[in-house]
Write a protein that binds this ligand. Structure first.
Ligand SMILES: Nc1ncnc2c1ncn2[C@@H]1O[C@H](COP(=O)(O)OP(=O)(O)O)[C@@H](O)[C@H]1O
Ligand SMILES: [Mg+2]
Length: 248
């Protein structure tokens, strides 16, 4: 079976934005330019700058507004404090000249045991219908701003994390999960219409500190090793079995 992949984040972002429901769950995103960067610095307390064709958290720069006209710039394991006026210059020194970047509103991701997390939703279309084959929470290393598995995040089940953060509110937890499922299915259908031939999607879903759900990105060639490392292999096996159908 022919399987299409779409690497450019901005292309996928534009496709998702065309759906009014998805749009409300997308952080504000633009192609990076120094003019847009200056505007975004004034507008949001934190920003993410990402290579348009990046993956695994590589090359991502975060800016965070501090006190006294200072900005924290973070990349890899490094952080610097710089005057706000020099932020754009500092960002551009870290960017690779021949690459295209995007700039995005930063989210205040919710925490589990004092670490930020997001949810990876693995979707597949083995025949004519999209399925959610698995969901896994990726809990970042303490103090880090990336939740990628390749950046050292710990995989946890959604049940474990949600029952902890919504301790006495199981109803809210299950509502949240239903909402995530519905959004991801809508996303898959929109992406499929815009990019016919895609068969798998790995959606990074963020929940912010107010509980609002955000779509961080959608991968058309998602990794599945995160699922392999969970002690319960049900989701992993389902993914592998559907992949057999897709790639036959
Ligand atoms: N706008 C954002 N606000 C907060 N965290 C973000 C934002 N964008 C990305 N991140 C963090 O960075 C990680 C990697 O970003 P992502 O867009 O998924 O790029 P990659 O393709 O490198 O995985 C996300 O899983 C999340 O932890
Ligand atoms: Mg990602």
């Amino acid at each position: 079976m022919y399987v299409r992949k779409v690497r450019e984040k901005l292309r996928k972002e534009n496709a998702m934005k065309s759906d009014p429901i998805l749009r409300r769950h997308l952080p504000e995103t633009y192609p990076y330019t120094s003019v847009t960067a200056r505007k975004m610095i004034r507008k949001y307390p934190s920003l993410f700058i990402k290579p348009n064709r990046g993956s695994q958290g590589k090359g991502i720069i975060r800016l965070r507004r501090l006190h006294y006209r200072k900005i924290q710039i973070s990349w890899g394991l490094q952080h610097r404090e710089i005057p706000r006026k020099k932020a754009v210059q500092a960002v551009q020194r870290l960017m690779k000249p021949k690459r295209t970047y995007l700039i995005q509103q930063g989210l205040e991701l919710a925490k589990y045991k004092n670490r930020i997390f997001d949810i990876r939703v693995y979707m597949q279309k083995p025949a004519s219908k999209w399925f959610i084959s698995g969901k896994v929470v990726r809990v970042a290393v303490q103090g880090r701003f990336l939740t990628n598995y390749s950046q050292g995040a710990t995989p946890k089940t959604v049940e474990e994390v949600f029952s902890s953060i919504y301790k006495n509110q199981p109803k809210i937890a299950s509502q949240k999960i239903n909402r995530i499922n519905a959004l991801c299915l809508a996303l898959a259908r929109t992406m499929d219409r815009k990019f016919p031939g895609i068969r798998e999607l790995g959606i990074d879903v963020g929940v912010d500190r107010k509980g609002y759900i955000w779509i961080i990105e959608a991968n058309t060639a998602p990794q599945f090793n995160t699922f392999k490392s969970l002690s319960n292999k049900t989701m992993y096996k389902r993914i592998i079995s559907r992949r057999r159908t897709i790639y036959s």
